[in-house]
Design a binder for this molecule. Structure first.
Ligand SMILES: *Cc1c(COP(=O)(O)O)cnc(C)c1O
Length: 417
């Protein structure tokens, strides 16, 4: 499964190290996988890093080489829309981190969702969503899949009975995020996967907010894990990418359609991603620490009405989160007491470290008021239905120093009181 492309020499040379808790090279851990996973030990040009091959196409020595490639299905490059060497490295790294057989990388998280659903659904099929979800995923299903005769049903997040009751013979996929955005509800993946299994329906978890560091949906029996790689996995707010991880059998047709859709990453983008992934575990540890610290600070603050963070005992899904997750990430959503939209905006404008922007998961902290950033064009009724009140703020903690983040929030809340 999560083989790490280490050759024999590596195994021998590293056996001299005696860590306090002996590692098992048959199942290397997160940082070892994120640094070395998916890479050849000896690379072109004897470079320690994977080179960027700036090529749109790849050459064949002669006609027979083309024929051999086709007839023998040889593992080599052909044309840039079908992949590039750097992309294969990034895909193997991501598959190893997620503990999956295969990863298919896309040019954005949305391209991954669209690519997977277009590959798997036919006219007449139905999909069922938990209703707390990324608004563009919802829009793609309800507005666009509908045009191709695919029916989308939404049930309340984490209402497993409602999801099961909504299944019909036409149901092809159950979809959820976990944690959800921005309410950070946590899906009980064992239950979710079991419903899919009992009814012979595929299950998909968008685990962008959790990452494979905090959550392992495939191990719980979920069929597909999807990430907006743009967020924590790439981690530096400098690129867009998306990925679907699962079994080879289920993902082969998905990869084929990607080659037709053309939603692929440039060799440069793939290099940036693999580079960003090297520090994945270190970054996640700090995101988890910062999220917890900031959530605890806000919960104790007199100006705060409510904090949504799975690592707080007050969180609706704290027990599920504690049982199934290693940490709870950097995203903290909170409501300001007795504040209208303007008073809430004043706090967003008063912080000095986080920058005002959509997105999350990068080294820089980002802050936004969902009403303004993502739901400005919705009616008040729609916002109510989506659970987006005027006094909601979403803070995506980066990897800055936790004391500084807390001090910054303290001064912003004091200054605007
Ligand atoms: C950002 C995000 C997406 C979309 O990903 P892009 O890379 O922006 O296309 C999908 N799902 C979740 C949970 C996200 O946060």
């Amino acid at each position: 499964m999560s083989t790490i492309h280490m050759d024999k020499r590596h195994d021998e040379s590293s056996s001299s190290a005696t860590p306090a808790k002996p590692g098992n090279l048959q199942s290397p851990q997160v940082s070892t996988l994120s640094v070395h996973g998916g890479e050849s030990r000896q690379k072109p040009g004897d470079s320690i890093t994977d080179p960027i091959f700036c090529a749109s196409t790849y050459t064949f020595e002669n006609t027979q080489a083309v024929i051999n490639f086709i007839e023998e299905d040889q593992p080599r490059e052909e044309y840039g829309r079908y992949g590039n060497p750097g992309e294969r490295v990034a895909e193997r790294k991501l598959a190893a981190l997620e503990g999956g057989e295969m990863a298919v990388l896309y040019s954005s998280g949305m391209a991954a969702i669209v690519g997977l659903l277009m590959a798997k659904l036919n006219a007449g099929d139905e999909v069922i969503f938990f209703d707390e979800c990324y608004h563009r995923s919802r829009e793609f299903c309800s507005k666009h899949l509908a045009r191709f005769g695919v029916k989308t049903l939404q049930v309340k997040a984490c209402d497993y009975d409602a999801m099961e009751a909504a299944i019909t013979p036409n149901t092809k996929m159950l979809i959820s995020e976990s944690p959800t955005n921005p309410h950070l509800s946590i899906v009980d993946l064992d239950r979710f996967a079991q419903i899919g299994c009992d009814h012979g329906v595929d299950t998909l978890i968008d685990a962008t907010l959790a990452t494979p560091y905090n959550l392992r949906p495939l191990a719980a029996g979920v069929d597909y894990v999807l990430h907006s790689v743009t967020k924590y996995l790439a981690g530096h707010n400098d690129l867009l990418a998306g990925v679907v991880v699962g079994s080879k059998e289920k993902l082969e047709p998905v990869r084929k359609l990607r080659g037709i859709m053309g939603a692929v990453n440039s060799p440069q983008n793939c290099y940036l991603l693999s580079r960003g992934l090297k520090t994945f575990e270190l970054r996640m540890q700090r995101h988890n620490e910062n999220g917890q610290r900031v959530a605890e600070f806000l919960e104790a603050h007199p100006r705060i009405e409510k904090v949504y963070y799975p690592g707080l005992e007050s969180h609706e899904y704290f027990e599920v989160a504690r049982r199934t997750m290693r940490g709870f990430g950097g995203l903290v959503t909170f409501l300001v007491k007795d504040a209208d939209w303007r008073a809430t905006a004043n706090i967003v404008d008063a912080v000095k470290i986080p920058r005002i922007a959509p997105s999350l998961g990068g080294v820089e902290s980002l802050i936004e008021q969902p009403l303004v950033m993502s739901y400005y064009q919705c009616t008040p009724e729609e916002r109510l239905a989506y659970g987006i009140p005027d006094n909601m703020i979403r803070l995506a903690c980066g990897i800055e120093n936790p004391d500084d983040l807390v001090a910054d929030l303290a001064q912003a809340l004091d200054r605007t009181a």
